[in-house]
Design a protein. Structure first.
Length: 129
């Protein structure tokens, strides 16, 4: 076990890559161990997550193997924000629909999930100028 296989890896990757970059990384490599070379030209990371994110990873984890977290809760929140159905989320996460429901319920207890606001266009705005 290397020093990068800790429970803090998820937070560390979020700090290094930002939420959008972390999402790209887990979408491309969730659940697998990847080698992060010192030189990004010796890697396929730029083709999967982009040169900027690959350079950030190389700067932080140069010459190390990291286990990319599954980050199911994080990804599920992103999918809900993108208005995906429970069925589609289950397919992407490799879970059952019931498993997704339970995951989202657990997540809501910790922090609310942001759904895109849907303004009813049939309703007149009473306070327009």
């Amino acid at each position: 076990m290397t020093k990068y296989e800790t429970a803090d890896l998820t937070q560390d990757l979020l700090d290094v890559l930002g939420e959008d970059g972390f999402f790209e990384l887990v979408e491309a490599h969730a659940g697998v161990r990847i080698y992060v070379p010192a030189d990004i030209s010796r890697s396929d990371l730029p083709s999967t997550i982009g040169e900027d994110l690959a350079a950030r990873l190389c700067k932080k984890y140069s010459g190390a193997y990291i286990r990319v977290p599954l980050a199911r809760e994080f990804r599920a929140r992103r999918y809900v924000e993108a208005d995906l159905s429970v069925r589609d989320i289950a397919k992407r996460l490799g879970l059952t629909e019931t498993g997704v429901d339970k995951l989202l319920k657990r997540t809501r207890k910790r922090e609310p999930v942001r759904r895109p606001s849907r303004k009813d266009t049939r309703q007149m705005d009473l306070f327009q100028e």
